[in-house]
Write a protein that binds this ligand. Structure first.
Ligand SMILES: [Zn+2]
Length: 180
C-alpha cells in the first residue's frame, strides 16, 4: 500500500459503501444515496472526491498546461498500470492521486449510454481498456461495439481532454429488450 495520505479509490468504507460508487456519483454529478446523505464517512469522502474531481477537470481543460508538464503527467497517471500505487499529479490546488479506476468508471458510464448494451466488467491495464458487454437480442453487434467505442472516446475527451486508449470489447451475453 502507498504511504501517502491519498484516498484509495478501490477501498470500501467501514459503513460498507464502496469509494468507487461515491466517485461515480461525483462524476455523474448526481445526488448521493439516502444512506450517504446521513453517513458522515460518506459525506467526508464525497467532499474529498468532489474537490479532486474539480481539480482533474480544471487541469484537463487548461488551454496551456500550468505548471509545465501537468497535462503530460495527468495523461501518464491515467495510463498507468493498475498494479502500482496511485500516481501523484501536483496541480495548483492540490495533489491528485489518479488510478485506472477513474478511466474504468468513465468507460462504464459511457457504455451505459448505449441503449442496446449493458456493461459488465471493465478493466484498464497497460494502457488498454477491456470491457465486457451484454448486447440486446437482435441488435447489430458490430454497430453496438462501434457505438460503445465512440461513447468512450467522447466521454474521455469531454471529461479529461485526453484521447481514448485502445478499447477491447467482448460480447459475453445477450439480453432481451424489456427484460431484467
Ligand atoms: Zn456511509
Amino acid at each position: 500500500m502507498s504511504a501517502s495520505t491519498g484516498l484509495a479509490l478501490d477501498a470500501t468504507l467501514p459503513c460498507g459503501t464502496d469509494v468507487a460508487d461515491l466517485l461515480d456519483d461525483v462524476i455523474e454529478n448526481r445526488p448521493t444515496s439516502p444512506h450517504a446523505q446521513r453517513c458522515l464517512d460518506c459525506q467526508t469522502v464525497t467532499r474529498t472526491l468532489g474537490g479532486r474531481w474539480r481539480t482533474v477537470r480544471a487541469a484537463a481543460r487548461a488551454p496551456v498546461p500550468e505548471p509545465a508538464g501537468l497535462r503530460a503527467r495527468l495523461v501518464a497517471a491515467l495510463h498507468a498500470d493498475g498494479t502500482g500505487d496511485p500516481l501523484r499529479v501536483d496541480g495548483e490546488r492540490g495533489t491528485l492521486l489518479l488510478g485506472p479506476r477513474v478511466v474504468t468508471q468513465l468507460a462504464r458510464r459511457a457504455a451505459r449510454q448505449v441503449t442496446v448494451v449493458r456493461p459488465g466488467a471493465v478493466r484498464y491495464t497497460e494502457g488498454r481498456l477491456s470491457i465486457e458487454v451484454a448486447v440486446r437480442y437482435g441488435a447489430d453487434i458490430d454497430a453496438a461495439a462501434a457505438a460503445v467505442r465512440d461513447r468512450i472516446a467522447r466521454e474521455l475527451a469531454d471529461q479529461l481532454g485526453i484521447a481514448a486508449p485502445g478499447v477491447d470489447i467482448s460480447v459475453t451475453d445477450v439480453f432481451v429488450a424489456g427484460g431484467a
